[in-house]
Design a protein around this ligand. Structure first.
Ligand code: ADP
Length: 432
């Protein structure tokens, strides 16, 4: 339609460099830009191919993806999009741990760590964002929220008139990908914001271990932790994402204190946390993400501070289909199963409609029919998983359990190299 042609969609292109590639980001960006300009249409989302013929790109670039976008059509012409090309080189290093619980208290053998920090973007989180599948647009919603806060920050809106807290809370049943989504979002942001911040870090707070064995120390521990966070945030060239996992364990204390069941130290911890959060809200380069399995247990003063309180539900039948499809595709790609086409969700939904009226094609087992059968069986399996209320985590381990059953425990001849540490999976997948 005419209206649609006038809209320009923002399309993000992510260019991942090879480890130790020495090219300048700016050079790569302009090369990629002119390469894309040679296309008439671009599929969205897609992995860009063919750039290997350009020596400067093939020597430095590992991967170019055109990211998913809320635009309704599967492809766009160049004049329908406003391209944003992000060049990045993920860090190879693992996270390093900091803020040991026992630091400073002599003779304390409780060595649990209160927090760990990792450099972003990180190779360890590559692919995580795409692997998370939700029926509603949670992922876009979160990105849009960040974008909105940046627009307001850049315009220097008066915080007395419009204010926000830079706190996001994801809650829902265990295993629905909340923690992973926080990490994936942190990774995404570090890539998308690389033109404004030269580096980014993810700091994960282990809520359980913040509660010192010497409970009265916890308030001080929170204080110390936030002092360190403030130090990170003071570097205004860097973006900091703070992840507070299972935040209810930190903030349940106040409710307990009021009910008279917890010592008042718990109250001190929550108050320390809230005070620190309030200080951080004035800083542009920080985002606080928190997760909880039990939103009712969280201190309402904390929930009230969250700009977005997002419920993350168990996956729908459609989301389950996509999760299982990615599992099956991976198994085939790695050569464990022989290759067959597995239909996309849209395709299988069409097959589902057509098989309800047309039952004639069962005799011919050509490749197309085979793929159709695989899709319909996978969809039936997805419906069964949905009925059991399986979580994303349970779904992602289903292939291992299915494989174990298929092989049969007595018949396995493990090759010594790859399977020395196989743990026996539970015989029946649990429902979470
Ligand atoms: P939570 O924090 O909600 O308990 P996690 O982030 O620990 O969940 O999820 C564990 C793993 O389960 C994820 O890394 C992912 O592999 C899988 N998973 C969970 N939810 C989904 C989903 N919606 N789509 C795809 N994979 C999922």
């Amino acid at each position: 339609s005419m209206a649609q042609e006038r809209i320009k969609w923002t399309v993000h292109v992510e260019v991942r460099l090879k480890p130790r590639a020495a090219a300048r980001f700016e050079t790569i960006r302009s090369l990629v830009s002119s390469y894309i300009a040679s296309f008439e249409r671009i599929a969205i989302p897609s992995t860009l191919q063919g750039w290997n013929d350009i020596p400067e790109l093939s020597s430095s670039v590992e991967h170019i993806v055109v990211c998913e976008s809320p635009c309704p059509s599967p492809s766009l012409t160049l004049d329908q999009m406003s391209l944003q090309i992000h060049v990045y080189q993920p860090s190879q290093s693992d996270s390093f741990e900091e803020f040991s619980n026992s630091a400073g208290s002599v003779g304390d053998d409780d060595n649990t760590m209160a927090a760990s920090v990792c450099e972003l973007p990180n190779r360890g989180w590559e692919g995580l964002w795409d692997s998370l599948i939700y029926a509603d647009e949670i992922k876009f919603k979160l990105l849009d929220y960040i974008h909105a806060t940046l627009v307001f920050s850049d315009a220097n809106v008066d915080f007395n008139l419009i204010s926000w807290n830079r706190v996001v809370l994801l809650h829902g049943p265990p295993g629905t990908g909340k923690t992973s989504l926080c990490r994936a979002l942190a990774q995404k942001l570090s890539i998308r914001l690389s033109h404004r911040y030269s580096h980014a870090r993810l700091l994960e707070i282990n809520s359980h271990s913040l509660f010192s064995r010497w409970f009265s120390e916890s308030g001080k521990l929170v204080q110390r932790l936030f002092n360190s966070i403030t130090e990170l945030v003071d570097d205004e060239d860097g973006f900091v994402v703070v992840l507070i996992d299972e935040v209810e364990s930190l903030t349940a204390a106040r409710a307990g204190a009021m009910a008279g069941t917890e010592p008042s130290d718990g109250l001190r911890v929550v108050n320390a946390l809230l005070t620190q959060l309030d200080k951080l809200k004035h800083r542009k380069n920080v985002l606080i993400m928190s997760t909880s399995n039990l939103v009712k247990a969280i201190d309402c003063a904390f929930v009230d501070r969250a700009d977005i309180v997002q419920y993350v539900d168990l996956p729908s039948r459609e989301a389950i289909y996509e999760i299982l499809r990615t599992c099956v595709c991976e198994i085939m790609q790695k050569g464990i199963l022989s290759l067959t086409g597995v239909p996309t969700l849209k395709q299988v939904q069409m097959y589902e409609l057509s098989t309800k009226t047309d039952q004639t094609s069962k005799s011919s087992v050509d490749a197309h029919q085979r793929s159709k059968n695989v899709g319909l069986r996978l969809l039936a399996l997805a419906a069964q998983c949905r009925a059991q209320g399986m979580s994303g985590r349970a779904l992602r381990r289903l292939p291992v359990i299915a494989m174990a059953r298929f092989i049969g425990v007595g018949n396995v001849l493990f090759s010594s190299s790859s399977t020395s540490a196989v743990k026996g999976p539970k015989p029946v997948p649990s429902s979470q």
